[in-house]
Design a protein around this ligand. Structure first.
Ligand code: ZN
Length: 273
């Protein structure tokens, strides 16, 4: 385990915020709140220790499975990929080349390739795919994407070094992450799937991701609600009360419709400052 300073303000001024006891183990994890309000896992498993928490049941890393949940995941993924491509086409000047960072087995890149795009998967954390290594990266990319991967990465500065080095000067950066202000979180308490302890190392809000991006010389130009994640978070949670789930889902959808900052996850469209 390692203790870290805040990745946004660099300080070590934090207080305990929420404690989690992992089921079927003695592991206890703490989310802390920094003086600057940023919430993160501290201490956390270091980059070697974390691998044991990505076991062979971790759905985003599965290449094939016969489970119902995996089939549902793949079904929803198909629609989500189309939606993502539409947003990229709408907000980018050109998309001749796309680099996806943290794309696991590379499913999004495969989708883009089937659409005739030049797409590359770079995932230093996923050893079983034929992902690029850092030395294979082309000089510049028109678009760089991180789909629910930033919150898993130990060395955020290094990730942004890669982005700064390899994003074309007019290129666009797309970051999708869970939102700690998600409306459904307060109803679901410890069952909120986006806690994903200890794989999710950071819990961003619209304010904290903007501060991190500014520090890395990026700004948010637009952001989108990822409504599919509200369905996922509410319906897939461990709570067995189905009526309660439907109530939370309807209420969350209404609130998010009125206020995007309450979305379960947000896709941020970013450019260099
Ligand atoms: Zn801080």
């Amino acid at each position: 385990m390692e203790i870290i300073n805040c990745i946004i303000c660099n300080k070590d001024k934090f207080v305990d915020h929420i404690s989690f006891q992992k089921s079927n183990s003695d592991d206890i994890f703490n989310l802390v709140k920094c003086e600057c309000d940023f919430i993160y896992l501290n201490p956390r498993p270091d980059s070697k220790e974390i691998s044991k928490y990505y076991n062979n049941k971790y759905v985003p890393h599965l290449i094939e499975s016969k489970s119902f949940f995996y089939s549902l995941y793949k079904f929803v993924q198909k629609f989500t990929f189309k939606w993502k491509l539409k947003i990229i086409e709408k907000n980018s000047r050109k998309i001749n080349s796309v680099l996806d960072i943290g794309g696991g087995s590379g499913a999004f890149c495969e989708f883009l390739k089937n659409k005739g795009k030049n797409a590359f998967n770079y995932d230093p954390y996923f050893s079983e795919s034929d992902t690029l290594s850092i030395s294979d990266l082309n000089e510049k990319y028109d678009v760089i994407t991180l789909w629910h991967s930033l919150e898993h990465m130990h060395n955020v500065n290094q990730v942004f070094e890669t982005i700064n080095k390899h994003l074309d000067k007019n290129g666009m950066l797309y970051i999708a992450i869970p939102n700690f202000l998600a409306y459904e979180r307060k109803y679901m308490k410890y069952n909120w799937p986006a806690y994903d302890i200890p794989r999710h190392l950071y819990h961003f809000t619209p304010d904290s991701i903007k501060r991190l991006l500014e520090k890395q010389n990026f700004e948010v130009v637009k952001y989108y609600t990822m409504i599919q994640d509200t369905f996922f978070n509410v319906l897939v949670s461990k709570d067995n009360n189905f009526l309660k789930k439907i109530y939370i889902l309807l209420k969350s959808l209404t609130v998010i419709f009125l206020k995007k900052e309450k979305s379960s996850s947000i896709l941020y469209v970013c450019k260099r400052i």
